[in-house]
Write a protein that binds this ligand. Sequence first.
Ligand SMILES: Cc1ncc(COP(=O)(O)O)c(C=O)c1O
Length: 388
Amino acid sequence: MKLAERMDLLGTETAFEVLAKARMLEAAGKDIIHLEIGEPDFSTPAHIVEAGIKALSEGDTHYGPSPGFSDIRDAIAEEVSLSRGVSFSGENVVVTPGGKPIMFFALLAMIDPGDEVLYPNPGFPIYESMIRFTGGVPIPMQLHESLDFNLNIEEVASSITDKTKMIIINSPNNPCGSIVSSNNLKDIAELAVKHDLAVLSDEIYIRFLYEGEHISISTFPGMKERTIILDGFSKSYAMTGWRAGYGVMPYDLVEPISRLVTNSVSCTASFTQKAMKEALIGSQIDCFEMVAEFKKRRDAIVEGLNKIPGIRCALPRGAFYAFPNVEETGMDSQTFADRVLEEAGVACLSGESFGSFGKGFIRFSFANSLDNIQIALDRIDQFVRSTG
Ligand SMILES: Cc1ncc(COP(=O)(O)O)c(C=O)c1O
């Protein structure tokens, strides 16, 4: 089959490739600790699963409205208004199978060929992939290790041209674990207003916050009208496989984005939406306990990594990734990631998987038990010492 040329523009997520390689090694008898995949190792809380099962047995197995059922949209609007401190109604919400479609649909709806889109680098690889695929030109905004993985606003300002249409931000950030500072947010908001830019604010890790408070860029003057908030249930409620996400956006984007839903997936699974509602209105205890556990893991992995010669690791304030710099081990990050998997049995991702500015770094997901994290740290330590 001859593929369309546009397929050359579409990237992928290395995490899935490394997972496949790690599984092959396991099949060949090697013991692997998985620190590559970005999904909570917790089960979806039982009351949410029960709501999904109940919905299935009561016949919630049919098509629903493209933007989502109105009661779910209202519940999402209520939660987002509370957690962000900006008031939204259900009419601002489009429910999608996961948060990813919101990236894709927002870009499809707003980006013409040649339009420039600024995106964080290191950053979630799908931003760059989808910008290219929709005909846009990806312009990286470097997250600097020396700035606590924040942006240099002069650099951002000088990247803006008359072709710039959108800025993507992600806080807490994958892969750096950084939080966009309130100064950075204020400056980005001012630039967005000055140059009339849309902002896609990926807030999927909002609940995984270990210090400080979450500030959404939508709270800054003039921003509610130009921000698309992306969020979902995959991470916060350990619901990756349910495919449950949403966007909160200005009214005039809701119809075009819903039309993209109609043209692609029709709607989000009806029983998933019932489970989403239970997640929002039911007990939040499991979610808090999971985040508390992740904080312990974060502290353990960062402390352990910083004891290994040649590795320095900043403290991630959110998400569930440690992103250490490994340059002083003498290995480039791709070699480090390949060898630590093959020789030490620890699966992780090279920083380049998250863009050119990720070179020299490794992403370790701490979505694994404290015991396994400790074993992984011992193995990485032995591996680095043996190469030194
Ligand atoms: C930064 C970021 N945004 C969005 C997503 C999308 O998640 P989902 O489509 O499962 O909601 C992910 C998943 O890894 C992510 O890391």
